[in-house]
Design a protein around this ligand. Sequence first.
Ligand code: NDP
Length: 309
Amino acid sequence: MTARLLDGLGLARRIHGEIRPEVAAFAAKHGRPPGLAIVLVGADPASEVYVRNKLRSGAEIGFRADLERLPASATTADVLALVRRLNASPVHDGVLVQSPLPRAMGDDAGQRIFDAIVPSKDVDGLTPVNMGLLVQKRAQFVACTPSGVVELLEREGIQIAGRHAVVIGRSDIVGKPMALLLLHRDATVTIAHSRTRNLEALCRQADILVAAVGRPGLVTKGFVKPGATVVDVGINSMTDEGTVLGLFPEGHRRLALFRAKGSVLVGDVHPEVAEVAGALTPVPGGVGPLTIAMLMRNTLHAALMAHGA
Ligand code: NDP
């Protein structure tokens, strides 16, 4: 069996097309486009790429999308001051602080900063208010990556209700909201993490397996029940030839790409899983583009809510 590839990129483009007229209608009605501000602290290379993609998609769809940059030397107080200014901005409906923050800011910086975003502009769904509303199944804003996954499963006609979903990863931004979204759609959900025992055997029970770990190729064939749907959230930029050779055999297109560029993006799911899974999201071109599409949808939603719609 070769898994059906779930085309996240194609779906993201369709969603952008769906949003575009609504964005134009908002701009015509209110005399300004819906606005998104992205706060980037420091110069983490992966974050630079993610932020650039978000800004580009926003501009293409018709949003106002602004980058608010702070140096890596910024203090928590500096970022909090910026977030408060954006909370009060009349042209920004959504405020996103890109993770990760520089380590030097300290362990609790992220939480303090996310807590400061006004919930009505929290398009990443990370504030305690929005997390709490999600737990209670009355979410206003849900983290973009897990909502993108659910959007993909539903539009691809993959049944969720009554099925066993295993989510590997329990972060606030992916794993936990992912598990809740699946639970709210009547899946039976198991959350696995670094202390889970017999991970491989547990995952083999899943009808829907979501890997959100950050370990390249962790999920191998043995983790997957034949025919299961496998969602690969992981994005890992590999620069080590040994690891890449463990994922792609000689002659593979991605190995050639690695040799040409010196790096390659891989997921948490080993490519061999395509031999057993029923459906699989590719990396790149799977969950990543949907994360951006959901960010755009959340920003439009924030703008409409701010105007009482
Ligand atoms: P975190 O590092 O915050 O969380 C990783 C989770 O994986 C933790 O819960 C951790 O467990 C668990 N874990 C780590 N090692 C193992 C292991 N060997 N076995 C089982 N579980 C393990 O990462 P994020 O949730 O932020 O991101 C996960 C991945 O998704 C990353 O690759 C990231 O780049 C990618 N990502 C992709 C996005 C997209 O748009 N496609 C968006 C956001 C993230 P514990 O809690 O016990 O430490």
